[in-house]
Design a protein around this ligand. Structure first.
Ligand SMILES: [Zn+2]
Length: 73
């Protein structure tokens, strides 16, 4: 289970890797990558409501928060 969560949070990071250029400090990844869109974030937030997906949703939201801090600070 923990491995699955780890794998899925890695998948979200693939979003960064397929972007061009791969790494751009000035670019905000929120709403730039498909898995970082507001729609995706709303989906992750919904995942918090269900016990089965709660941990995963939490991990994904933490990733979004970290990315958001990266672009607003
Ligand atoms: Zn990200």
């Amino acid at each position: 289970m923990v491995y699955l969560i780890f794998l899925l949070s890695m998948l979200v990071d693939l979003d960064h890797l397929i972007a061009n250029p791969i790494f751009d400090k000035s670019r905000c990844s929120i709403n730039y990558h498909p898995l970082h869109s507001y729609v995706a974030i709303a989906f992750y937030a919904m995942g918090l409501l269900f016990k089965k997906s709660r941990i995963l949703a939490f991990a994904l939201l933490l990733h979004m928060i970290a990315d958001a801090l990266d672009c607003y600070l």
